[in-house]
Design a protein around this ligand. Structure first.
Ligand code: GDP
Ligand code: MG
Length: 174
């Protein structure tokens, strides 16, 4: 029998290398986490079906990871095509990743138009190594008009919430 999903949503997870994008996708789609850092080679994606209470429907999330070439502006058009939502992620411990957020937002908008976007500050467990203040993060989120989520992918904190929000926002935009 063919599976009948109410809705399919392609979600991009963008941001500088090392912020936890691959870990976030694996955590959400499979519920697993490892500390080892393998640079993602090529575009990769995982699927996750989730019944979203707020929408009263099952959403099939198609989670697209980047090519691990985040630094070189090398992401292909195929990556962006058909996306309905995007996570823009940075790390609490990586200043450059925070400074790159506006650039990532522009890139997503240029390729995808006005899709649903959320700003994610990952690695909040490493607060003692923080290089961005809570205030400047909130200021940037407000300036860019993005809802901010603070996640700890390592412990699985606030991860599902991000994707549920994107599914809701995507529906509101349709
Ligand atoms: P990507 O390059 O953005 O795909 O980043 P990865 O998912 O490969 O993660 C980079 C490193 O950060 C890996 O060693 C992960 O285990 C680690 N990492 C990811 N999320 C967290 C987190 O919430 N807390 C901590 N402490 N480490 C994390
Ligand atoms: Mg990766």
């Amino acid at each position: 029998m063919e599976e009948d999903f109410d809705r399919e949503l392609k979600v991009l997870v963008v941001g500088n290398g090392g912020v936890g994008k691959t870990s976030m996708i694996r955590r959400f789609a499979k519920g697993i986490y490892t500390d080892e850092y393998k640079k993602t080679i090529g575009v990769d994606f995982l699927e996750k079906a989730l019944f979203v209470d707020e929408l009263q429907e099952e959403v099939r999330f198609m989670l697209w990871d980047t090519a691990g070439q985040e630094e070189f502006d090398a992401i292909t058009r195929t990556y962006y095509r058909g996306a309905g939502a995007a996570v823009i992620a940075f790390s609490t411990t990586d200043r450059a990743s925070f400074d790159a957020v506006a650039m990532w937002k522009s890139k997503v908008e240029a390729e995808c138009g006005e899709i649903a976007v959320a700003l994610v500050q990952n690695k909040v467990d490493l607060v003692d190594q923080a290089v961005v203040s809570a205030t400047e993060v909130e200021t940037l989120a407000r300036k860019l008009g993005l809802k901010l989520y603070r996640t700890c992918v390592k412990e699985g904190i606030n991860v599902t919430e991000v994707f549920v929000y994107l599914a809701e926002l995507n529906q509101r935009k349709q």
